[in-house]
Design a protein around this ligand. Structure first.
Ligand code: MSP
Length: 678
């Protein structure tokens, strides 16, 4: 790994309202930048806004502003969001800035001088409404459909061969229309400027094959290779100013502006100043361009060939992540399903929002957003696991630490867990697998919680064993330091808070139990995260409660948990959906009959937390309460609590079989209470 690290996000269209898709890329970039900074690398993180083009010009005109005034106002929305999301970029570039325009023009001039750009007359069907050219075939199909009402805009194929329709278009027998708007199109000839991208086809293929890591994940690299195996056309890099005045003028033809993608891609270099300057020498080629999968071709085929033509190295890696959908649909203003990241921050706080977005879906894949999933993550991972551990440690703030020394068996096992977890975290974060990185770290959080159970500091205090108590607290505070130091790249404010409680001013990644000074003190403070109730939280996230059904019959009594007899196979679910169910091994500590229901038993089950859970189960018919005590079972621990005949149940036991042959599920070996089942 290079000793410096330069990471970029796409520059966002200034006109669009920022949503979680934008937040996602930027948080991922911020996390990886923070990680490299934490590891002591010379890190640079660039983001910005893409401000030229037709849409910006139109939106500004509608509002009676100049395009520049419009961009000056709107780009602030992105800056404000990055502040709110704790994003620590080193530079924010806007394509309307003179420093950017100068580099774009210098690049164009260089390519023009080298003969890499040439003028060509282009003739085609031009649609004023869509402001673009269409091919013969596209216009032929649209025109046939327009002439056959009911087929317009559909997938219905024309009854005649497309070649015949094109001939009719040319002879005037068919009126040409725009496939987008159905409005008439005109055959026009226009002079434009083209970049000889086609000439780079073989060099691009050779480069990508020789540098397999330069496009990731692998399936995306294969897509690009597939694209490059078809003939590669030259790229039109100009638009006549008469049609589109809002852009960077070509230095060799001032009545043209630069095509927005040529303009926008250059930001990654222009933000470093003129090539040859100090910043450029220090940071180019970029180590990582993070992009969404929709803009991968631009960032590889277009961008790599532009750089090759300019004699600059392509970036070391372009990584395409997947898309967030809502109910499996693309987010869009017109559907009205756009998720505002500001709202998530208002409900969960900044660090929990960052955690959720990175923990929920594997980086590189699409994933579906749901407020319920966000709530579940919050209550289970952050409240039950993480905050619980922090609280259980800092509440012993007054106890002095033991001198670092020989570790007991339990302490050594915890240190080994820390080594495993942090090694996994490092590898996964550097591979941008944030979800797996966090999962690895959470193994340590859970191991920490288990250690508290086993080492039982409260019992040591009660027994007056101050020497062992001081050792236990050293192990625990060191583990806490290790967890939050690693977590600082994802949850910076939370990490700073916990480090402060431990008397530290900065993360310290050393995986050792001899870092904290024996005379160091800790500070207790409020719990970091408190359980959020479903109803108000979901309401705050915009979930409208389902309407009560019309009262056609008496309402059914709440169902008691009985062992299901149904063998119907439900629709398949993804691993992610399955992973939402938190299953743990539980040790039954007590069992008794329910005071108001013959079918139910009330159990106390240790699932690795400080206090055992109370679980009401519909198994009275199958088990005498006393035979259950001491048995290990499988518990669903993240089911919302429910009252069953007046007694609260904080989970559910898994069981197999129908009403006569029920059997609780038990692990084959004596796994510790709280062990994760997956
Ligand atoms: N301006 C261009 C990028 C130019 S970079 C030289 C652009 N801007 S964008 O604002 O439309 O999109 C920016 C990024 O947001 C893209 O990487 C895109 O993939 C990402 N996302 C937009 N919607 C998204 C989701 N729903 N989910 C995840 N990311 C998505 O394209």
């Amino acid at each position: 790994m290079a000793e410096r690290f330069y990471v970029t996000t796409p520059i966002y269209y200034v006109n669009d309202a920022p949503h979680i898709g934008h937040a996602y890329t930027t948080i991922a970039a911020d996390t990886i930048a923070r990680w490299h900074r934490l590891c002591g690398r010379d890190t640079r993180f660039l983001t910005g806004t893409d401000e030229h083009g037709q849409k910006v010009m139109r939106a500004a005109a509608k509002l009676g502003r100049t395009p520049q005034e419009h961009c000056d106002l709107l780009h602030e929305r992105f800056k404000a969001l990055w502040v709110k999301l704790g994003v620590q970029y080193d530079d924010f570039i806007r394509t309307t800035e003179p420093r950017h325009q100068a580099v774009v023009r210098a690049f164009l001039q260089k390519l023009w001088d080298k003969g890499e750009i040439y003028p060509k007359d282009y003739a085609g069907w031009y649609s004023t409404s869509a402001e673009r050219f269409w091919t013969d075939d596209e216009v032929a199909v649209a025109s046939w459909q327009k002439a056959h009402p009911g087929t317009q805009g559909s997938a219905v194929a024309p009854a005649e061969p497309v070649a015949d329709l094109v001939a009719k278009l040319k002879s005037g027998a068919l009126s040409p229309v725009c496939p987008d708007s159905g409005q008439p199109v005109e055959w026009i000839t226009e002079r434009n400027f083209f970049f000889r991208m086609g000439a780079y086809q073989d060099r691009l293929l050779a480069h990508i094959e020789a540098h397999p890591r330069c496009i990731q994940p692998d399936n995306r690299r294969n897509e690009v290779l597939g694209f490059l195996r078809k003939p590669l056309e030259d790229l039109c890099i100009s638009r006549p100013k008469a049609r589109l005045p809002w852009g960077i003028p070509l230095p060799f033809a001032e009545d043209y502006v630069t095509y927005v993608w040529f303009d926008a891609l250059t930001n990654y270099v222009s933000a470093l100043g003129e090539p040859g300057g100090e910043l450029h020498a220090r940071y180019w080629p970029a180590d990582l361009h993070l992009v969404g999968k929709d803009i991968l071709t631009f960032h590889t085929v277009y961008w790599f060939s532009m750089l090759m033509a300019l004699g600059l190295e392509p970036p070391r890696q372009v990584y395409a992540h997947g898309w967030w959908t809502v109910k499996r649909e693309k987010m869009s203003k017109s559907v009205g399903n756009v998720v505002d990241p500001m709202r998530l921050v208002d409900v969960f706080g900044v660090d929990a929002t960052r955690y959720f977005l990175l923990r929920e879906i594997p980086f590189g894949y699409d994933g579906d957003y749901s407020p319920e999933a966000a709530l579940l993550r919050f209550n289970s991972d952050l409240v039950n696991d993480f905050s619980n551990l922090v609280h259980r440690v800092v509440k012993w703030a007054d106890v002095p630490l033991a001198e670092a020394g020989q570790l007991g068996e339990l302490d050594a096992a915890l240190l080994a867990a820390a080594e495993r977890a942090t090694a996994g975290f490092r590898v996964q974060v550097e591979a941008l697998q944030f979800r797996d990185a966090l999962e690895a770290l959470w193994e340590l959080v859970r191991a920490g919680n288990k250690y508290v159970d086993s080492a039982a500091p409260w019992a040591l205090a009660k027994a007056g064993d101050t020497a062992r108590l001081a050792q236990v607290l050293r192990a625990l505070r060191e583990v806490q330091r290790i967890v939050v130091s690693h977590l600082a790249c994802v949850m910076p404010a939370t990490a700073a808070d916990v480090l402060g409680r431990l008397g530290l001013s900065a993360p310290d990644l050393r995986v050792q139990f001899d870092v904290l000074a024996a005379d160091s003190t800790a500070r207790a403070g409020d719990p970091l995260y408190m359980r959020l109730d479903a109803e108000p939280t979901l309401a705050a996230l915009g979930v409208v409660p389902a309407a009560a059904p019309a009262a056609v019959s008496a309402p059914k009594p709440a169902k008691e948990p009985a062992v299901s007899e149904t063998a119907a196979t439900p629709a398949t679910i993804t691993y992610d959906e399955f992973a939402k169910v938190a299953l743990r091994v539980g040790l039954i500590q007590s069992a008794e009959k329910h005071p108001n229901a013959d079918r139910l038993l009330v159990l106390k089950v240790d699932v690795g937390e400080e206090v055992p859970r109370q679980i009401v189960a519909g198994i009275a018919k199958f088990y005498e309460p006393e035979v259950l005590v001491g048995k290990r079972v499988v518990v669903v621990t993240n089911l919302a609590p429910a009252k069953l005949r007046g007694v609260e149940s904080q989970g559910m036991l898994l069981a197999a079989g129908g009403s006569e042959i029920a059997s609780l599920l038990m692990p084959l070996h004596e796994v510790a209470a709280g062990a994760v089942v997956k």
